[in-house]
Write a protein that binds this ligand. Structure first.
Ligand SMILES: C[S@@+](CC[C@H](N)C(=O)[O-])C[C@H]1O[C@@H](n2cnc3c(N)ncnc32)[C@H](O)[C@@H]1O
Length: 199
C-alpha cells in the first residue's frame, strides 16, 4: 500500500484528519512569530515508519517515559504513540490552526486504541518550551532548520532533573547539529529516521 493510501486509511480508521501538506505561511503566519522563518512544512509522519521507529526503542524505554512530539501538527504521531503505555504523550505545536485540528483529532479518535491515558497537545514554541523532567522519548519529524534544532536540543538536554532521553529524528536533514552535542550516542537507523540516546 502506498504511503498516501496508508495515511488515508489511518484517517478513516481513527475518524480524524491528518493527511495534508501545508505551509505555515499559508495558515497563520502572523501567529507564529519568527518560528515561521525556521519551520518546515506540515506533513504527517508515514504510519509504518513511525511504528518502525518506536519498535526500535530498547525494552523498558516506553513504560517509564513521557513521549514528546516536537511539532505535533495535526497529531498523527501522538495518536500512534498513545497505542503504547507511555506515562504521558504530549505534542508541542506552534501553529494555532494545526493545534486546533490536533485537539479536535484527539477528541474524535477512538479511546479503545489507547494504552496511554494522558494524551495532550499544547500550543507553544518547541524551542523554549519547558520539557518535562525524567525520562523522555522525543520525536521530531524534521520540524525546523538547524538553528531552531540547536536551541531545542539545548532546552531538552538542560531541562531540570533530566532522566534518560531517547531521540527519534525522522528525516534527519539537520543531523550534523546533533554531533555538536557529545551527550548524544547514536543507536542506529529505523523507519526513515535516526535514533539517539543521552543518559
Ligand atoms: C513535518 S510536521 C510533523 C507533524 C507531526 N509531528 C507528525 O509527525 O505527524 C512539522 C511540524 O512542526 C511544527 N513546528 C515547526 N516549528 C515549530 C516550533 N518552533 N515549535 C512548535 N512546532 C513547530 C510545524 O507547524 C509542523 O506542524
Amino acid at each position: 500500500m502506498s504511503e498516501r493510501s496508508q495515511g488515508r486509511r489511518f484517517d478513516r480508521d481513527y475518524n480524524v484528519t491528518t493527511h495534508a501538506i501545508l505551509f505555515l505561511s499559508d495558515l497563520d503566519p502572523e501567529m507564529v512569530g519568527d518560528a515561521g522563518a525556521h519551520a518546515t512544512h506540515y506533513q504527517a509522519v508515514p504510519v509504518i515508519e513511525f511504528r518502525a521507529m518506536i519498535a526500535a526503542l530498547p525494552p523498558g524505554a516506553i513504560e517509564d517515559s513521557t513521549f514528546v512530539d516536537v511539532g505535533a501538527g495535526m497529531g498523527r504521531a501522538l495518536l500512534l504513540a498513545a497505542e503504547h503505555p507511555f506515562k504521558q504523550v504530549v505534542g508541542v505545536e506552534i501553529s494555532p490552526a494545526l493545534f486546533e485540528v490536533a485537539c479536535d483529532n484527539l477528541k474524535r479518535a477512538p479511546r479503545e486504541k489507547r494504552r496511554c491515558r494522558d494524551v495532550r497537545v499544547v500550543r507553544a514554541d518547541a524551542r523554549m518550551w519547558r520539557y518535562p523532567p525524567g525520562n523522555l522519548v522525543v520525536f521530531m519529524f524534521n520540524p525546523f532548520d538547524g538553528e531552531a534544532l540547536r536551541v531545542t536540543i539545548g532546552s531538552i538536554l538542560h531541562r531540570p532533573n533530566p532522566g534518560t532521553t531517547w531521540l527519534l529524528y525522522h528525516t534527519p536533514v539537520e543531523e550534523a547539529v546533533l554531533e555538536e552535542f557529545p551527550q548524544w550516542e547514536p543507536l542506529g537507523r529505523s523507519g526513515g529516521g535516526s535514533i539517539y540516546v543521552a543518559r
